[in-house]
Write a new protein. Sequence first.
Length: 255
Amino acid sequence: MHGWKFISIFFLLSLSLSVSAQDERISTARPGFTDAVEAVPKGIIQIETGLFTNGGKLSGGDQYKLQYNTTAVRIGVFEYTELQIAGGISQAFFKGTGIDSSDGLLSDPIRIGFKSELLKGEGYKPSLAFGSHVNISTDTSLYRPDMQMIFSYPVDEQVTVASMIGLNWLTPNYSTFTWTFKIGINLSQKWAMFGELYGYRNGLIATQAIDGGFLWNNGTFQIDFGGGLGMSREASDWFGNIGLSLMLKPKKEIE
């Protein structure tokens, strides 16, 4: 499988590269779609969870989906590399003329993988990270690999520009290209906001959307909320999310 070859090469390269010292401050992939360029420091566990909903018009009515629990657990296992485990529970609803139906609760694919910092930005140099995962469907024997490159550049103390590009392999010879572009603005020491464009191309089908949101972060705890609109026919008409994130630091040994 071509996907596994690319992932293996980048994993070995990521472990061999070094970056400067890490800051033990929570940095999450929420509430947007661009992953954080920073890896969780070694020995620290970070939990990111929330509620996500999206919907749109279908022939004869409206359809929307609720993801009741989108949770990611990130564990710092090496100096600049983290282990990632994510999953969720979702349910789809349809409302139309004389119709009001819903599917049962479904378990979303389990996502297991890693992310490694490759470069810590200094001056005009951007920060760079590589991540890869395998997505395991809980109701089938389907295993789908993916990989991402994440870039981040601090324009100044208030504004940061970030981007992510990736590939998801649906089959060994069929992949989907994904991309994001995000601008983050620090409003104060704890409050921030962001705006983001993202999309993917699957064969001849291209999907684009725009989203934004706000977050409150005190260093180890984050509250966030956001939403967006689809910009193409294939995208959801609207979506929104709210979440919490927590960094768990080990207790320091008493001398």
